[in-house]
Design a binder for this molecule. Structure first.
Ligand code: FES
Length: 80
């Protein structure tokens, strides 16, 4: 099973002082969905810096592609 999720954040959420573990130090939570260490930010959000605001992208195998149209199973069936 896979899941298509749309995320618009281009950077992490840094936790407040009360959220930080004394042993681990600073913690940033990934909001872009690209981190290999999810839910923790690993800097992968840097790939999103030049995204256009009205464009949807897919990141797969280190490559970014623009999405022209998302078609759901219901839409695909009703068009036939
Ligand atoms: S916010 Fe996702 S990797 Fe940094």
């Amino acid at each position: 099973m896979t899941r298509l999720v749309e995320l618009e954040a281009t950077g992490p959420r840094k936790l407040g002082p009360d959220d930080i573990d004394d042993e681990k130090g600073d913690v940033a939570i990934c909001q872009c969905g690209l981190s290999a260490s999810f839910p923790f930010c690993d800097g992968s959000h840097r790939q999103t810096k030049d995204e256009a605001s009205e464009t949807t992208y897919v990141y797969e195998d280190g490559e970014r592609r623009e999405v022209e149209q998302v078609v759901t199973a219901d839409e695909e069936c009703s068009s036939h």
